[in-house]
Every structure is written in C-alpha cells, then in structure tokens.
Design a protein. Structure first.
Length: 189
C-alpha cells in the first residue's frame, strides 16, 4: 500500500526503531510518511529515521486512515473455519508477516527454515507449532519483533495452542533463498 505525503500523528505512539529494534515514543504531532503498510503493521519515515508502528496503534493516524490501513494491510485473522487443520494454514499465517523494510513476506523471503506441527492435544485437539527462522542480517535488532509477529499469526489460528519461534543462523540467509514470487515483487529476475 502506498500513501503519499506526510501525516501528523494524533497521539503519542509507541514505535520500534528500525533497524535497532529499540522501543521509542513518537510524540503527537510528529510528521511521518508511510513507506510500508503490510501484515498489520506500518513502517513510517520521520526526520529521525524509520519506525515500525504496531497494528494496535493504527488509530494514531486518525480514524479515516486507520480504517483504510486495517482494510488493506493483509493481516490474516484467526477466523473460524470448517476446513480441517493443515500445514498450509500455518504457511498462510506466516505469509502475513513482513520485514518492516522489505515488502515481501517472511516465507517468500526464504526466512522460514523449519516448520513442525505437533499432534493434537488430547484435551482440546489443538496443536503446538515450532518454527525455526532466520533474518536477512544477523545484526538486525528487528529479529525479536519479526519472530513475535510470526508467533502471533500462528497462534491466531483456531487449532493452534501455542507456537514457538526460534531464530537460527545456520545456514546463513542469502538472496538466493527468495522465492520466485518474492523476486517478482522486488523486481529481481
């Protein structure tokens, strides 16, 4: 999604500094330009750098823009479904997670190395899901934020009891791991 021009935040807003991953408060009245709105969060540019604003804080952009962002962000919900639980549902949930600097989901970026779904629990029939993922750069402070997004998206699935998402560095990520769909989105052939 592309929104041109600057927007003034209507309230003090918690944000994450990109790429350090440190928490920061952007004061009401801060002028921002939206550079990416995907997966339920928004990346904004200010005169002090890039920041990620969580989906729970979209009201900081004002009521009309909040509605537009919610409608177009591509954030998957934990919708109830009659379809049997499947690995595909987990992959789809993970495709709703994005690096705040790259407009390609973590699956198509090739960041997901391992997915394991446990047997359904005897009491509730829900599954534990384990994921091993990496990042495009080892020094990226956004790793815990991205991993938490993956965890939350998986846990939003009706048949998942919990998700464990671990960041690993072996093998090291390279751009060759980007899927064809991701390459197309980035204009890489």
């Amino acid at each position: 999604m592309s929104i041109s021009g600057e927007i003034e935040l209507v309230r003090d807003t918690n944000a994450t500094i990109i790429p350090s991953g440190e928490e920061h408060t952007l004061p009401a009245g801060t002028r921002v330009a939206i550079s990416q709105a995907l997966g339920g969060s928004v990346t904004v540019r200010t005169n002090r750098g890039l920041f990620r604003i969580s989906g729970k804080d979209l009201d900081t952009f004002g009521e009309d823009l909040e509605k537009t962002l919610n409608e177009s962000s591509g954030k998957p919900g934990g919708a109830q479904t009659d379809a049997p639980f499947s690995e595909d549902q987990v992959w789809t949930a993970m495709k709703g997670c994005f690096d705040p600097e790259i407009p390609v989901n973590v699956v198509d970026l090739g960041l997901i190395y391992h997915l394991q779904i446990g047997q359904p629990g005897p009491d509730d029939g829900r599954h534990k899901v384990e994921v091993k993922m990496t990042l495009t750069a080892q020094g990226c402070g956004m790793g815990p934020v991205i991993a938490e997004d993956v965890k939350q998206n998986i846990e939003a699935l009706e048949k998942v009891s919990e998700a464990q998402v671990d960041i690993v560095w072996d093998p090291p990520w390279t751009p060759h791991m980007i899927s064809d769909a991701g390459r197309k989105k980035l204009g890489i052939e």
